[in-house]
Design a protein around this ligand. Sequence first.
Ligand code: SAH
Length: 251
Amino acid sequence: MDPGALWQELGWQPDTLQARSFERLYELVLAGNARLNLTRITGREEFWEKHLFDSLRGLAAFQDQKELSLIDIGTGAGFPGLPIAIAHPDWYVVLVDSVRKKIAFVLSTIQALGLTNAQALTGRAEDLAHRREHRESYDLAVLRAVAQANVCAEYALPFVKLGSAAVLYRGNWEVQEEVELARACRALGGEIVEVDAFELPVSRAVRHCVVIRKTGPGLRVFPRPAGLPTQHPLGAIEGAPRVESVEPEEP
Ligand code: SAH
């Protein structure tokens, strides 16, 4: 499938500059991969579908919004944040990861692509969310393949403004995950507003984008100190079998 057909699915087409940036991003990830082991997805068609299309498809509902500020938590090699920054020059995109060498790669990529609307920083979500310049500061948070959904909610909701949303990019989506996410959202001052199920156009792999909205200010204690959200996930049902969600990709 040629990239044009993928974009048609989104009802959007990149301009010449954006198309060139996507090509260049692919080259940079391949080159970075040789040194840093960034991704298993190296085939051209697979990269287009699973990194570029998937990154943008997750935000289909927000596609027409102007001047959003967005944070990508656990961005890895820059997904979904970099394709989003390329597709939306009028959005401001902050990419965060706890691993310094990944952020070094993302920063060099931002520079190579000449993106003036993206910034990257090293840090853990649990720490950054308590800093004044980041707390309740974003119109949207995105997380792909970072942690269990209820853990992602604890990372994400403190970053977004009241009334704003976080989009969790998931592979499969199980009832138990939704129950635990709903319980976590209640503790955090949020609610699940949408579960958007779709298939990728070439591989037919199943994806779910789960949208949660911040409905209350949330307690200052959240997110809890680094490591606690994953050790004691909010809303977890004691004794229930652990769901192994199929993530879009393991790094
Ligand atoms: N979102 C990317 C990478 C997924 S791998 C993609 O879909 O391709 C998960 C990434 O989240 C890793 O790079 C890991 O370092 C980062 N991460 C996990 N927990 C984190 C936390 N608490 N704060 C910041 N980054 C975190």
